[in-house]
Write a protein that binds this ligand. Structure first.
Ligand code: FAD
Ligand code: FES
Ligand code: FES
Length: 481
């Protein structure tokens, strides 16, 4: 295995493209969007928001998956250049070829899917991703794939129509003709390590877990990076210079999933779209939450480890993992230790992670014996919005509908993800009926002093928190009666 020296390599326009950071103005934290826009012939990609919200910067990444290429649509405004080491970068200029435009482009022409056109390159890339990954997608899938792309002029009807009309060829297009050749190129470069050192920054991207643990022990202040959907904004919005980064996105050991009768264990680096899909059967509350989490472009980048590592009081995953009674495995050169998700967050954006540790995996027990877990997210918009209040609730009833165990975990109500413990204690042992639940709602009110901010006033947050409990009761009251 070669250790690259201040260099990254990826495939662009079907050729290996190399960037040498020693003789370039580019930084390891230059985003892929900034890089593409600096090239004379790659300005099709657009910058709208530079924070993952509009999709104008959407590109597609091709990644080796065995002997195939797996395509993912991502926001190029969030990812740093070294994160595309060993991948194929597909931009709007190369979706068609010298002979003809791509079927998704033709469909956009045919359905009048573009007016001012600023959003159009991003839409084309999302449609191209859909074309390569789904045949005859249903309306729900089309809508989900387009959630991360905003258009102010055309309206979505014609764009949705373009998707439905074009994604019907089983993904066959001119990319299939070159697939073998691109796979060979990707194999040639994919295992290269990245070690970039400039006068102000250090960036490591390693591919083995034991190497990362050693690096973290030697560089305790280095910032761990997984999908960059939180960290990217520190650079593009807050203009921070991040001096030392350890990028975990190339470590396949952190991207493993295993399952037995009792639980599913998910690597901290598994992307959230994959977590969403695998949750559908075993963990419906996780599936529901991830179905209103960001957009596909965000979920393909973001990870479970990153959401837990951020420990944001409005992070959507902690309440759900706590309700499922998940266990988080932390790993360092000294070994592994396990912490219950319920005890993981210790203060505002503070967790139990020590400076030499990383989050390695998360184990979610399967539910048995009628235990119910549900998740709720209240936000100003249904899609691509951050929670105003969120919740993960867990309920065990006995055969007489008395509460054996209940956990009520809220996001957005305090500086940390927090349980309504008084309400839990009050409800335990009591009959699961409306009168009791209404009394518990009054207790929920006394447990939090939420803030007022741009999303909501404090009083509205209190009302949401109370009413989510009532909603939970109304959705579960018939389960055991
Ligand atoms: C447009 C947009 C929409 C979003 N929507 C939502 C939403 O709906 N709900 C929501 O909850 N969040 C949302 N987010 C926030 C973000 O996507 C999530 O928090 C995501 O899970 C972060 O994961 P990441 O892998 O990108 O983390 P990164 O940005 O790479 O890292 C985040 C933090 O976690 C730490 N970290 C990363 N990996 C590890 C690890 N293995 N061990 C220890 N520490 C680690 C990093 O050091 C950093 O402090 C959104 C963000 C954007 C830009
Ligand atoms: S520029 Fe808006 S999502 Fe990237
Ligand atoms: S066509 Fe103008 S923003 Fe979409």
């Amino acid at each position: 295995m070669k250790r690259s020296n201040n260099k990254i390599q990826f495939v662009l326009n079907d050729k290996i493209c190399e960037i040498d950071f020693s003789n370039s103005d580019l930084k390891p934290t230059t985003t892929v969007l900034q890089y593409l826009r600096s090239l004379p012939n790659k300005k099709g990609v657009k910058e709208g928001c530079a924070e993952g919200d509009c999709g104008a910067c959407t590109v597609v990444l091709g990644e080796l998956a065995g002997d195939k290429i797996q395509y993912k649509a991502v926001d190029s405004c969030l990812i740093f250049l070294p994160m595309i080491q060993g991948k194929q970068l597909i931009t709007v200029e190369n979706v068609g070829n010298h002979k003809t435009i791509h079927p998704v482009q033709q469909a956009m022409v045919d359905t009048d899917g573009s007016q001012c056109g600023y959003c159009t390159p991003g839409f084309i890339m999302s449609l191209f991703y859909l074309y390569k990954t789904e045949n005859n997608p249903d309306r729900e899938t089309i809508n989900d794939v387009l959630t991360g792309n905003l258009c102010r002029c055309t309206g979505y009807r014609s764009i949705v129509e373009a998707a439905a009309r074009s994604c019907v060829n089983g993904g066959i297009d001119h990319f299939n003709e070159k697939e073998k050749q691109v796979i060979e190129l990707l194999k040639e470069i994919s295992s290269n390590l990245v070690n970039i050192e400039t006068t102000t920054q250090r960036y490591f991207r390693v591919t083995a877990l034991n190497e990362v643990l050693g690096l973290k022990a030697n560089h305790p202040n280095a910032l761990l990076l997984s999908g960059a959907t939180d960290i990217g904004l520190r650079v593009t919005k807050s203009k921070e210079l991040l001096p030392e980064i350890i990028d975990l996105s190339g470590i396949s050991e952190l991207q493993q999933i295993s399952e037995d009768d009792e639980s599913v264990t998910i690597g901290a680096g598994v992307n959230l779209e994959e977590v969403r899909q695998l949750s559908k059967n075993n963990f419906p509350a996780m599936y529901d939450m991830l179905s209103v989490f960001g957009s596909r472009q965000i979920r393909y980048l973001g990870t479970l480890g990153g959401n837990l590592g951020s420990a944001s009081p409005i992070g959507d995953i902690p309440p759900v993992l706590m309700a499922y009674d998940a266990t988080i495995t932390l790993e360092s050169v000294d070994g592994k230790r396990e912490i219950k998700a319920l005890n993981f967050i210790t203060g505002y954006r503070k967790t139990q992670i020590q400076t030499n540790e990383i989050i390695a995996q998360i184990t979610i027990p399967k539910l048995h014996n009628g235990t119910i877990v549900k998740s709720y997210k209240v936000s100003k918009r249904k899609d691509l919005d951050i929670s105003t209040v969120s919740a993960g609730f867990r309920l065990d009833l006995d055969e007489n509908d008395h509460v054996k165990d209940i956990k009520l975990i809220y996001g957005g109500m305090a500086a940390i993800t927090k349980r309504a413990e008084k309400a839990e204690q009050f409800l335990t042992g009591k009959k699961w009926e409306r009168g009791t639940v209404e009394e518990a709602m009054n207790l929920v009110d006394t447990e939090f002093t939420p803030i007022s901010d741009a999303r909501s006033g404090a009083e509205a947050r209190r009302i949401m928190a109370r009413n989510l409990l009532l909603k939970f009761w109304s959705e579960t009251k018939n389960n055991h009666q």
